[in-house]
Design a protein around this ligand. Sequence first.
Ligand code: NOJ
Length: 899
Amino acid sequence: FQDEAVDKSIFKDCNKIGFYRRQKLLPRKNTYRTLLNSLTSGKDSTKFQIINEVNKVPFLAEVCEIEGNIFRFKINEMAPLKPRYEVSDVLIQKPVTKRLTQCSGDTGTLVLKDDSGHLKFCITANPFKIDLFSEEKPLLSMSQLYFEHLQKLPKHRPSTESEEDVSTDPYQESQDDLGLWKETFGKFVDIKANGPSSIGLDFSLHGFEHLYGIPQHAETHQLKNTGDAEAYRLYNLDVYGYKLHDKLGIYGSIPYLLAHKIDRTVGIFWLNASETLVEINTQPTVEHKLSPKGSVLAKQKVRAQTDVRWMSESGIIDVFLLMGPTPAAVFKQYSILTGTQALPPLFSLGYHQCRWNYDDEQDVKAVDAGFDDHDIPYDVIWLDIEHTEGKRYFTWDKKKFPNPKRMQELIKSKKRKVVVISDPHIKVDPMYSLYSQAKDKGYFVKNSKGGDFEGICWPGASSYLDFTNPKVREWYSGLLAFSEYQGSTDILFVWNDMNEPSVFRGPEQTMEKNAIHYGNWEHRDLHNIYGFYQQMATAEGLIQRSKGEERPFVLTRSFFAGSQKYGAVWTGDNVSEWGYLKISIPMLLTLSVTGIPFCGADVGGFVGDPEPELLVRWYQAGAYQPFFRGHATMNTKRREPWLFGEEYTKLIREAIKERYGLLPFWYSLFYHAHVASEPVMRPLWVEFPKELETFGVEDEYMLGSALLIHPVTEPKVTMVDVFLPGSEEVWYDFRTFVRWEGARSLKVPITLDRIPVFQGGSVVPMKTAVGRSTGWMTHLPYELRVALDTKGSSRGELYLDDGHSFQYLHQKQFLHRKFSFCDGVLSSSCADENGHYHSECIVEKVLILGINKQPSSVTASSSDGTEKQVAFTYFSKTAVLHLENLSLNVVADWEIHVK
Ligand code: NOJ
């Protein structure tokens, strides 16, 4: 079936989507009126009615403030023919709401204000419109509502399929297929039992012209104007070798965008799991010259505005407005709703070696040994679908993997892990116990006729587990128990793939929209959240198999808002071409700002054979991206790091070792993402929100607020243009320590052995050496890279725990240290008194960058009163001070005085 995964001609462009045609082509009359006198204020929210003047269908609107500076706005039919789908399991808790108070407005309007009185909702009656003011300035407006109500199939439906409501429109009459009751795409026919059900709402963001978010697309980080061309599509699809710069939805969807301007960041989270389209239209700030008055040419500035239209095929309007005002505040607000990144086990921040497929136990052993023989660290070896008995997940091919436990014991003895794949399709085979169990229990998604849905995937005819059913999830989680999953051990972790879901020969390679899920919901209603539920069940299963003790690791291809709680995401089937290396940066930045910090792209490119130069550049980039995995499809040449000659092996080794050297820094960043909702990989605008020049930067990014990374994404490069942001920043070349002032562009000469990495004023914790895997590095000493800022000071943090269990959470077994350099004193102190963790580890080495003169003495004093001289070397040319053989406990408070 491999060829069937490759056909790209099977996807729709927007004009082939019925609800898009309806919302676009029908004349846009705002026929909705707010019934202001229907307004009631309850404890949790304010409610009012809206009516569609054309057909008199009434709607119920609800607005409330959620603690944390968030507003929620919901619209549903007052009395739908049957309930409309509302997304559950994404919000981590019932939001704590605050009451809005009503204050007077002009006739025909009504004003609600928040507690502080800074924010005001102004509701206009006719036509319906809501304007949101912050400090009396317009921030955001919502207008142009579109809401198709559920209907019974009319008895005498006109053959043109026109809906009564709109049939008087001449334009509509010329449309013979608006996909109202039936929508055809190629050979596929989608019958809609209750007719059209789409919703839409327009937003205007006043003063904003920079928008980001709504993954996943192979597109730039900054969202583009869609104009009248393709809208951004959010529809989880399996698109092998996806096209670059395309608005087609791939693999996962997060219906959430951020808008940013110099003094404000806001977010719009559109909580809907059906197919969604987003149009963006920006009118930038313009200056008009007015006719001369006297001798002076008067100028008038017209503020920028961005209009965003959200359209979804079904469900309700449920939108969260995240009011910022800073990028960090918006990240926090989004995490109040959907949760933060699960703290990954430390091993998963190391390097992962994957291939479709490592053929058998021998192969696994040889690849594993290859890493040791070539002195290249790695943490995880991955097994793709061929490890199973005929693509029956949770089984092993007996010939290739006769003794999976023995194999895992070997890998475990190397302090490494194994990840195996588990897809949501289950081979139709009554002899396969997973199939027969699920069938008997009624755990598969149903077709529109009520039988089990069957589609084609890797195993041939397959049925699909209905992960939207909590019972199915519970059962699936149980399959991961050691007693159930034969041949599994505690170093085995899981990869969920093909969970869009991918259905070969299905419409757009996925499931029919009228397939039926638990609760009688149509697939149409929840398509985008299907994969989310599989990862949720898998993560839960891994936790349960360890009796709640161990942190899980689950990689998923499909995702939705909130998937960060369950593990990592990667960008699917990219190609071994330079363009795909380049686009990995904006794609990962977009995931990062929409709540998915743990993300990565297949290193080397999945499809095709990378030339060695590309492979090296990809390793160098991947080493500085959150999820770091090499992967390749079937029929590609083998490409383990040592297969291209010693010159290239050395370069790849160095790249991977750089990653391992920075593990303490990575782990600390993930802890931050976990507790403080901050992305690990950050676009420059997040760190420099007041600097306009950063808003469009896509070829470089920050790790935390310390490192600036500029991967090389073109062949034969000898010079790279690096932008160093921040008029008050200094930047140190991470390798040469050369110091540069910020707010400038720099031409950096480049060779194949490096990519530009700079450290801003910060303390970065590292290890002085690397081991064969993260597991071998626990006791290795630390090095601190202290880079002084313009004021000669510097700050940083270190997070530390056992690296694998939940004890950091339940027993507070962790260490959170902070380092600061100020007035010649570097101090290490506790950043969180709640945490306790014992470690014999020492800080052995400190490098202070940007010290202008040779010190006369350096002493170290510990909290127990001991003081000793520290041997140091000063390099005047680079202004770097090396302190070595320090032996300061990483757990203890201490100070180093540089005089
Ligand atoms: C598609 C995935 O994207 C790819 O990574 C994997 O190797 C194949 N499925 C086979 O499982």
